[in-house]
Design a protein around this ligand. Sequence first.
Ligand SMILES: Nc1ncnc2c1ncn2[C@@H]1O[C@H](COP(=O)(O)OP(=O)(O)O)[C@@H](O)[C@H]1O
Ligand SMILES: [Mg+2]
Length: 475
Amino acid sequence: MIRQRVHGFFKSLRVRFFLILALVGLSACTIIRYAILANYEKRAVEVREEEMKEHLDTLGRLLLEEDFFQNASSQKAKAQLSLMSDIYEGRILVVNPELQFLWDSEGELDGTVAVDDSIRRSMEGEEQVQETLYDETTSTVTIVYPVTENGLIRGALWAQGSTRPVVSMMRILTTKANRIQLIVILAILFFAMIASEILLRPFDRITRAINDIGAGYSDEPISVPDYLETEQITGAFNRLQSRVKALDDSRQEFVSNVSHELKTPLTSIKVLSDTLLSQPDAPTEMYRDFLKDISEEIDREDRIINDLLTLVKADKQAAPLNITQVNINELTEIVMKRLRPIARQRNVDLTMESTREIHAEVDEVKFSMVVMNLVENAIKYNREGGWVRVELDADPRYFTVKVSDSGIGMPEEELAHIYDRFYRVDKSRSREIGGTGLGLSVVRQAVTAHKGEIEASSTEGVGTIFTVRLPVIHS
Ligand SMILES: Nc1ncnc2c1ncn2[C@@H]1O[C@H](COP(=O)(O)OP(=O)(O)O)[C@@H](O)[C@H]1O
Ligand SMILES: [Mg+2]
């Protein structure tokens, strides 16, 4: 529970954004602080060193003048040495080339021999600086300074000065820096909070707009043009929304078409039976006639319902294709055989041509239905004494079924609509021959399910050609 809430908290873009801004701001602030302080410290110590060296230089010259390295008795030199050790709050040692201490500001080492390595090395002309900066009591700068005359080393000065002022200045600066840093941190956090709040507000607006649409308060396209990203999101959403709308419209149209189509036979049945009922002594002849009509209307209703069921079943993706390896030639023959009686009845010549045996992976039932519907249309929308030709052909990847007829054809501009549900070019003729206007919708649906294509071309009064192209291997 708590973990979930914590997880949700960090999942928020706003929180992450805030954290990133805060982190960047805080690290920048900390880095700058340490850089400035360290830099100050280094500079201050350097200045102290320079000062000491200059002083040691002057002192060295005085010691040479007073011949202090030969005879360490000059009062003037001793006064200067004491003065300097006082100024730097430290200690000064004078060593001659034999490494004997000639003077110690603390008076301890006079006359003893130096064992310190840095002092020995200074006799080779090496100048050395050593810093120890710990705290106010122990922080020092130690300098070993060789004193030369005409290129000869005459002795060395060892001086230790306190850097206490630097350390105490550092302490003051650190306190100040802490205070400033605290203010800056608060400012950064505040700024990060405001920034993340403002920058992410457009996303809230998107959510609100989408919720409004979901709740039905609005169906306007949403527009949050603040950022490229919000534009992309809202653009995608609007496209989805208009697709949903289009789908909704087409469903509504379908429902109203269905109701209309189902009502037509019922109306006829109602009229027929009412007429009979209103004539108590109608002749048997009339009863038979009317009942025959009623029976036909019921058949029609039945066909419409059957076609609708086929469509709806196929619409559901849950009903997958039942793919098997099928001999297309044989299957087409079987379908055509079933249609021969009506062709004969209408005096239409029905033939099939094939260049080779075709085996393909299709749903047998659906494929039969495709051929059935196309050939049935070709027979029914034909003329007395006309012909229907079915041609099969294949290349390695696709096979085609071409159904041509010498029928009534249809105007070019109708071709775009013939796959629509309930669409009929000539309503009365379709009705006469028992059409529902659903046949070609079912055909196209089956073809699409097979990842194939269907194409029609027609000339009014001359004939129509339907070509179906399906893949040989189903994938
Ligand atoms: N071979 C064809 N020749 C002329 N018109 C056709 C042909 N096939 C289909 N049509 C036209 O397309 C319409 C839709 O066909 P279809 O969906 O099978 O419905 P139905 O056959 O039930 O009317 C038909 O009503 C008809 O007007
Ligand atoms: Mg049909």
